[in-house]
Design a protein around this ligand. Structure first.
Ligand SMILES: *[C@@H]1O[C@H](CO)[C@@H](O)[C@H](O)[C@H]1NC(C)=O
Length: 221
């Protein structure tokens, strides 16, 4: 009797540990909590895993970024983005976030893309933007956002934006990861070395049509 009690109790304990382990796993799947007030990286080359500057050498300028006053160059595609990561803004390092200024010419688009490691909130600073995402049941959540409105794109879900006005539009996007990642669907699918036969079958394209898409979406170096 006592033995069975023991076994029963033990399996309870094991399942409790299992749940705790799962929990720890899910917590460590996002950016870890900082262990100090801030960590201005010692070197400018890469901020991941580098040691922190002696805090007596840190100044207010490490926490101020001045590079977003004007838009990026949108002349090629009608769209530009300036990502602000800890590489260009050391004060962000270890704080689990990144942000981006994006500008749209009239009709400009931000192609369907997703961020594997972050949720994004996008705040419309100027203009009107058709904006949306697709969930894992292929349901589309999209509408036109006005200046001053904010939309959230849940982590890992496909999303897109288009300026529907005749004038420039601008958004500020913020991410809850230091390294959200960016996968643009057109270039990930047609700009990579996936076997042609597979893409033709997947999208119902003939060789000529596929060639055209490949030329269009091969990343320009
Ligand atoms: C940081 O710099 C201060 C002032 O130069 C110095 O006293 C201190 O020992 C340094 N701390 C570390 C950890 O190097």
């Amino acid at each position: 009797m006592g033995f069975f009690f023991f076994v029963q109790n033990m399996s309870l304990e094991i399942s409790a540990w299992f749940v705790i382990l799962l929990y720890i796993n899910s917590v460590s799947a996002s950016d870890s909590d900082p262990l100090q007030d801030f960590c201005i990286p010692n070197s400018e080359f890469s901020s991941l895993f580098l040691s922190c500057k002696n805090s007596s050498l840190v100044t207010v300028d490490d926490f101020v970024f001045t590079g977003l006053k004007s838009p990026g160059d949108s002349s090629k595609t009608g769209f530009s983005s300036i990502p602000v990561s800890s590489n260009v803004f050391p004060g962000l390092n270890t704080l689990g976030m990144l942000f981006v200024r994006a500008d749209f010419d009239a009709g400009g688009i931000n192609v369907p893309h997703y961020h594997p490691r972050a949720t994004e909130v996008a705040f419309v600073l100027e203009g009107r933007i058709y904006s949306g995402f697709v969930d894992s049941k292929n349901r589309v959540f999209a509408k036109v956002l006005e200046k001053g409105e904010v939309m959230v794109f849940p982590r890992g879900l496909l999303h897109f934006q288009m300026n529907i006005d005749e004038s420039r539009a601008t958004i500020l996007g913020s991410f809850n990861s230091q390294n959200p990642g960016l996968v643009k669907i057109p270039s990930a699918v047609f700009g990579t070395d996936i076997k042609e036969e597979l893409l033709e079958k997947a999208f119902g394209l003939n060789g000529k049509e596929l060639d055209k898409l490949r030329k269009k979406f091969v990343p320009k170096s």
